[in-house]
Design a protein around this ligand. Structure first.
Ligand code: CP
Length: 310
């Protein structure tokens, strides 16, 4: 039986638990665009976003999600906080817990930071991961699953091609776990310096290749990933133009997928690098639907974690 006391990753999360989150998000989605549907289920619940790395989509969608459900939302701006005076993650968390914070949403550059905080604060405060190092980004994968299920009506049996910087991508890992748990197959592709054949052993129905055409062939969904130059120790390719000439998603590449295949990207996009501009702005692109569904998924998660801790 899964518990929603913390949301730390999709590895090991059951299909029933993922489906419960997606169902709740579907039900809550209308309140994003319809002001009359906004509610107060989370009245009195206090939530802090604690982001040690930059973010636009994840942080803003959590802040909006909490607001649409009546929670007390605050961002602890790490760059102007006492973290810069050397305060540890443990002490920061303990001080937030002492202030009565019910849920902390954390993004951290270190793999395992959300798990560490969940262990330290389990009695008082729920932890939701907004992404840790190159480990997992569970809320992103959940919004991707929601977007795919919303389009097709199901996930089982679909083929999802994920293209780019696989090794450093927490989005690729969480998607791989979530998609295969719901019965999809996943083809991971990127330059040899950016893929890890070992990923195919982490869960069933995952293939790893350097051949973008093989990965995209007959795919129902083609997902680009951001080239994360900030996480590279050494340059994995001569320059971005070289990467783009071999691995950008172009109309010719997309033609290899099934007719009408969805084009997705978690953002932020390096425009013209991971996919060509006209495709990104075309009706094949679900990038802004992903951003919108991010609010719905985060409403569902705040609701489920708050309920699990009552
Ligand atoms: N997709 C995603 O995590 O975007 P942000 O870094 O802007 O939150």
């Amino acid at each position: 039986m899964d518990s929603f006391r913390h949301i730390l990753g999709l590895r090991g999360m059951s299909a029933d638990a993922i489906t419960a989150i997606l169902d709740r998000a579907d039900a809550l989605k209308p309140r994003i665009t319809d002001k009359t549907k906004r509610g107060n289920e989370l009245k009195g619940v206090s939530v802090v976003t604690l982001f040690y790395e930059n973010s636009t989509r994840t942080i803003m969608s959590f802040l909006m999600a909490g607001g649409y459900m009546g929670a007390i939302m605050n961002d602890m701006s790490v760059s102007t906080s006492s973290v810069n005076k050397g305060e540890s993650l443990f002490d920061t968390g303990k001080n937030l817990e002492a202030m009565g914070i019910d849920i902390i949403v954390i993004r951290h550059q270190q793999t395992g930071a959300p798990h560490f905080l969940a262990k330290a604060l389990d009695a008082g405060t729920g932890i939701i991961s907004g992404g840790d190092g190159s480990n997992e980004h569970p809320t992103q994968a959940l919004l991707d699953l929601m977007t795919i299920r919303e389009h097709f009506g199901f996930v089982k049996g679909l083929k999802v091609a994920i293209i780019g910087d696989i090794t450093h991508s927490r989005v690729a890992k969480s998607n791989m776990f979530g998609l295969t748990t719901l019965g999809a197959s996943v083809a991971l592709a990127g330059p040899s310096t950016m893929v890890n054949a070992g990923f195919a052993k982490l869960c069933p129905n995952v293939t790893v290749t350097t051949d973008i055409k093989a990965a995209v062939k007959d795919a129902d969904v083609v997902m680009g990933l951001r080239v994360q130059l900030e996480r590279q120790k050494m340059s994995p390719f001569p320059d971005l133009r070289e990467y783009s000439s071999l691995y950008a998603i172009t109309p010719e590449i997309l033609k290899l997928a099934k007719p009408g295949a969805m084009l997705m990207h978690p953002g932020p996009v390096n425009r013209g690098v991971e996919m060509c501009n006209p495709l990104m702005d075309s009706d094949r692109s679900y990038i802004l639907t992903q951003a919108q569904n991010g609010v719905a998924i985060r409403m569902a998660l705040l609701d489920l974690v708050a309920k699990a801790r009552r």
